[in-house]
Design a protein around this ligand. Structure first.
Ligand code: KG4
Ligand code: ZN
Length: 338
């Protein structure tokens, strides 16, 4: 069964073509980094206009890379949320138009759930359930108790900035390009991760919730002085910036690792399934390995960490097999809870 998946939740326009939920025939993603770079973050209206321009060429390219035509497609899957409303509508309407004209079934999938499925489709064997899911991206930081594929309960999330967003904002403070994650990781390699005593937030009401906005402010005040603003000049030199990038990265990851491992233990999980753009970070993988937790880690394969549509097609296949199709009146959901 061949599924064509569409992803337009934020600033990537993607079309993936996947056979039987795991075999990737094409995974075309057009990033809009060039468009949003000068603003240091995603500008929703610009993202939407770019999706309109790219959606059809991206679908055409995916079909051509997969060497299939529309007639070979059995199912259309689309990310229906969470995401930017205008961006979601473009993908959903493209998917509906395809489903209607080709007379194929359609399924809407949860983008966050698809990030976790990306790690599952990267491995030949499924994890031992229950597993703990950790979605760490530019838009989300969520700990999810996974009873099985499709059966989840959220046990923690960020109360302010997502972890990737904190990397993006810290990078902006340090004068680094967007997206900030890869730039911080690179700069941190030359720095002392113990030089600056930064702190990640603790959320009193739930030990598995996250708060990164204070950490970001800590980076700002260390870089530019107490009570400074982003436009002020630096009070640290170039080595100081490296040390600050390394300290920020270490503190953010120590917080993430501590909460993830303690949640996994409390909920009796033996495996941790990771998803989202921050999983590109090699230092994060090293630090999880150095924790010697005894857990089995499922990281997404290269190309499946950042937003992509192969993960949408893959999860869409499972949803269809389990629950059947959705109707053509599926709507975009800017927020979806598990
Ligand atoms: O999953 P994704 O493509 O988008 C969302 O669904 O949000 O993740 C993008 C995020 C950005 O915030 C980016 O800075 C972060 O992933 N990221 C990284 C790295 N590569 C990308 N964060 C830390 N280290 C990296 N190497
Ligand atoms: Zn994402």
């Amino acid at each position: 069964m061949i599924t064509l998946g569409i992803e337009t939740t934020c600033d990537e326009t993607g079309c993936g073509i996947v056979r039987n939920g795991t075999e990737i025939l094409a995974n075309v993603v057009t990033s809009q980094i060039d468009l949003h770079e000068e603003y240091g973050g995603v500008v929703p209206e610009l993202a939407c206009r770019r999706h309109v321009d790219l959606i059809i060429p991206v679908i055409d390219q995916a079909l051509s890379e997969a060497k299939v035509n529309f007639q070979a497609i059995d199912l259309i899957a689309v990310a229906r949320g969470p995401g930017l409303i205008g961006a979601l509508l473009i993908g959903i309407n493209a998917a509906k138009a395809l489903a209607w004209t080709l007379k194929k079934p359609i399924v809407g999938v949860n983008h966050i759930e698809a990030h976790l499925y990306a790690a599952l489709m990267s491995h030949a064997h499924p994890p031992q359930f229950p597993a703990l899911g950790a979605v760490i991206s530019g838009g989300h930081t969520s700990l999810i108790y996974m009873k099985d594929i499709g059966s989840y309960e959220q046990i923690g999330h960020t109360v302010d900035d997502a972890i990737g967003e904190a990397f993006d904002k810290a990078a902006k403070i340090l004068g680094l390009p967007y997206p900030g994650g890869p730039a911080i990781e690179q700069l941190a390699k030359g720095g002392d991760p113990y030089r600056f005593p930064l702190k990640a937030g603790r959320v009193k009401s739930n030990p598995y919730d996250f708060s990164f906005s204070g950490l970001k402010t800590g980076v700002l005040y260390t870089a530019k002085g107490q009570s400074s603003s982003i436009h002020d000049t630096y009070v640290i030199d170039e080595q100081g910036k490296k040390d600050l990038a390394a300290s920020f990265q270490r503190v953010a990851f120590v917080d993430l690792i501590k909460k993830t491992l303690s949640a996994a233990e409390k909920y009796g999980c033996k495996s941790i399934v990771f998803g989202g753009g921050v999983t590109c970070n090699e230092r994060l993988k090293e630090m999880f390995a150095e924790a010697h937790s005894g857990m089995t880690y499922y990281w997404p394969a290269r190309g499946l960490s950042l937003d992509n549509a192969a993960m949408i097609a893959g999860l869409g296949y499972h949803k269809f097999i389990k629950n059947g199709p959705d109707t053509l009146d599926i709507e975009a959901l800017t927020r979806i809870s598990f």
